[in-house]
Design a protein around this ligand. Structure first.
Ligand code: ATP
Length: 500
C-alpha cells in the first residue's frame, strides 16, 4: 500500500481533467480519507451515471443490434485451473526491477522505453529505434539478464533516488490471489480474474446449448477485472481494479479474418458514435502477436498523454477453448450441420475459433471525459469570460435536463416541480432552485447537462419554458407539452445505436 495518491497527470491538461473529475463528483481517489490507495478509484455521483451510460450503450450495441449475441454475468472467482488453461498462471507477468535505494519498483521494459523516448525527443530517433528493437528481441527471448544489462549499459537511474543501484530483473505475475476455505490447511489459492473473457469461454457450451445458438454467435459481458499493475498511473487509464466490456464471437475455423475485419470496423464505429472524433482514434496493429493470436489490433485514443490503447480486437483461434477442453477433459465442440461446398458434407464437429473485442470501461470513460472537457472564451472586451464545460454526447450525459425556476417565489418552484415530476419517469432530470440562474447554468455546464429548462413567469401564463442549450448557450421557447419528446429525441440510445 502506497501512502499518497499522486495526481497521475502527465501535463497541464490532464491535471485539470483529474481535478475537474474530483470536484464535480465524477471520480474520487479510493479511501481518500486514508490518503488513498494507488491506482484504485471510486466513481462519484456523476461518474457512475456517465460510466453506466457508456456500459449500457456498449451492451445494447452488442446484444440489441445483433440477434446472435447474448449476454452473461459470470462470477469473478473461477476454478484455479481456468487460469492454468488460459496461460495466466505461467505467462501473465511483467518484467520488474527494484531500486535498492528508493525501494521503488519499476517495469524494466518501461524504463528502457522511457529512455528511448528521451532519445527520440533529443533528436536521436535511430538510436531510440535500435534500443526499442533490442528490448523487443530480449523480451521475446525471455532474456531477463539481457534486459538488466541494457538498463546498466544505458546508465538508467531511478527517478526518485537518482542511483543505478538496481536489483535483478524478475518476472512478476499480475494476478491477485486469495484463499477459499475457512481452515488454513484446506484452503486453496484462487485468483481475482485478470480478464472477464474466461468466464465466457467456460460457459460457451452452456449458452450454446440452452440458447440453441448457431455459429457464428457471440457472448458479451461487462465485469470487474483485477491486475496488480506495477506501473499504475494516468488516472483511470491503468487501475488495479477495473471493468472490462468483452465480447467473444465464436466462428467456424477459416472464417476468422472476415470476422476480424468486420469487428474492427464495427468497434471503431461505436467509438465514433459515442462522440469520440475520428482524428483522435486510430488502429495500431500488433507487431508481435501473442502466441494464441493470429491477428490483433488495438483501437487507440489520443489522450492528453498521447495515443494509447483503449480496446483490443484479437483473433484468438481455438486457443482458449482448446486448452479448456484439454485440461477439463470436457469436449468444447460444436456440431456444424451447414454443408461445406468443397466436400458436399456437413462441416461436422470442431472447436470453434474466436474473435474477441475487449474494451476497458474505465479507459473509455476517461477518453469520453478528456474529449468532453472544453475551455472556451466567450464575450468581447470587458465582458470576456472563460467558460469550462463538458461537451458530452447528450445520451451519455449524467443528467439530461435540469429544471430551474428562475426565482424561488410566485409559484415558480411548484410549477417547475410539476415539470420535474412529469419528466422523471422517462428522463434523468434534476430540480434546482438555489443560487442565481446564471450560476445554475454554469454548474450544469460543468457536469455536461445538455439542456437547462428555465421556468419563469411567462410559464405560468402560457405553459412554455426556455430551453438553454449547453454547447451553443442558445435559448429557445417551447411548450411544456413538447419537452418530453424533444429531450428524448436527442438523448435516446438510438442516437448512438443507429450510427454503430
Ligand atoms: P496494456 O497493454 O495497456 O496493459 P493490455 O493489452 O494488457 O493493456 P488487454 O489485456 O487487451 O489490455 O485488456 C483489454 C482492455 O482492458 C484494454 O484495452 C484496456 O482498455 C482495459 N485494461 C487493461 N488493463 C487495464 C488497467 N490496468 N486499467 C484499466 N483498464 C485496463
Amino acid at each position: 500500500m502506497e501512502n499518497k495518491v499522486v495526481a497521475p497527470a502527465e501535463n497541464g491538461l490532464m491535471k485539470k481533467i483529474v481535478s475537474h473529475a474530483k470536484e464535480y463528483g465524477f471520480v474520487f481517489p479510493s479511501s481518500e480519507i486514508y490518503d488513498g490507495l494507488q491506482a484504485v478509484y471510486d466513481y462519484g455521483q456523476m461518474g457512475v451515471e456517465l460510466k453506466n451510460n457508456i456500459k449500457t450503450v456498449w451492451y445494447k450495441a452488442m446484444t440489441q443490434l445483433n440477434d446472435n449475441i447474448v449476454g452473461i454475468d459470470a462470477a469473478i472467482f473461477m476454478h484455479p485451473l481456468t487460469w492454468k488453461a488460459s496461460g495466466h498462471i505461467d505467462g501473465f507477468s511483467d518484467p520488474m526491477i527494484d531500486n535498492k535505494d528508493s525501494k521503488k519498483r519499476y517495469r524494466a521494459d518501461v524504463l528502457v522505453e522511457e529512455r528511448a523516448a528521451q532519445m527520440e525527443a533529443a533528436g536521436k530517433k535511430d538510436e531510440a529505434d535500435a534500443l526499442v528493437k533490442k528490448l523487443a528481441r530480449l523480451l521475446e527471448a525471455d532474456d531477463l539478464k539481457g534486459v538488466q544489462d541494457l538498463i546498466t549499459n544505458e546508465k538508467i537511474t531511478c527517478p526518485v533516488s537518482g542511483t543505478a543501484n538496481w536489483t535483478e530483473v524478475r518476472q512478476f505475475n499480475l494476478m491477485f490471489s486469495t484463499q477459499v476455505g475457512s481452515v488454513a490447511e484446506d484452503a486453496s489459492t484462487i485468483y481475482l480474474r485478470p480478464e472477464t473473457a474466461q468466464g465466457i469461454f467456460v460457459n460457451f457450451l452452456n449458452v450454446q446449448k440452452t440458447g440453441r445458438m448457431k455459429i457464428p454467435f457471440g457472448i458479451a459481458q461487462i465485469g470487474k477485472a483485477f491486475r496488480n499493475e506495477i506501473v499504475a498511473r494516468q488516472f483511470t487509464f491503468r487501475m488495479r481494479e477495473f471493468e472490462q466490456m468483452e465480447m467473444q464471437f465464436f466462428i467456424r475455423p477459416g472464417t476468422e479474418m472476415e470476422w476480424y475485419k468486420k469487428w474492427k470496423e464495427s468497434r471503431l464505429n461505436w467509438h465514433k458514435a459515442i462522440g469520440l472524433p475520428a482524428e483522435k482514434l486510430k488502429f495500431h496493429d500488433h507487431e508481435k502477436l501473442a502466441h494464441y493470436a493470429n491477428a490483433a489490433v488495438d483501437i487507440e485514443f489520443e489522450f492528453p498523454f498521447g495515443f494509447k490503447e483503449m480496446e483490443g480486437i484479437h483473433s484468438r483461434t481455438d486457443f482458449d477453448l482448446g486448452n479448456h477442453q484439454e485440461l477439463s477433459k470436457k469436449k468444447q465442440q460444436y456440431f456444424d450441420n451447414d454443408i461445406d461446398e468443397a466436400t458436399g458434407k456437413p462441416y461436422g464437429n470442431y472447436v470453434p475459433y474466436v474473435v474477441e473485442t475487449s474494451v476497458g470501461a474505465d479507459r473509455c470513460f476517461l477518453a469520453v471525459l478528456c474529449n468532453a472537457y472544453t475551455e472556451e472564451v466567450t464575450g468581447e472586451g470587458e465582458n470576456q469570460k472563460e467558460r469550462v464545460y463538458l461537451k458530452l454526447h447528450p445520451t451519455l450525459a449524467p443528467i439530461k435536463a435540469a429544471i430551474l425556476p428562475i426565482t424561488k417565489k410566485d409559484g415558480l418552484p411548484e410549477k417547475a416541480m410539476e415539470i420535474y415530476n412529469e419528466l422523471k419517469y422517462d428522463i434523468k432530470v434534476t430540480y434546482e432552485d438555489k443560487d442565481s440562474i446564471g450560476k445554475r447554468y454554469t454548474r450544469n455546464d460543468l457536469i455536461g447537462t445538455p439542456f437547462c429548462i428555465a421556468v419563469d413567469h411567462q410559464t405560468l401564463e402560457d405553459n412554455t419554458v426556455t430551453i438553454r442549450h449547453r454547447d451553443s448557450m442558445e435559448q429557445e421557447r417551447v411548450p411544456i407539452s413538447e419537452l418530453r419528446l424533444k429531450i428524448r429525441k436527442e438523448t435516446s440510445w438510438r442516437t448512438i445505436l443507429e450510427k454503430v
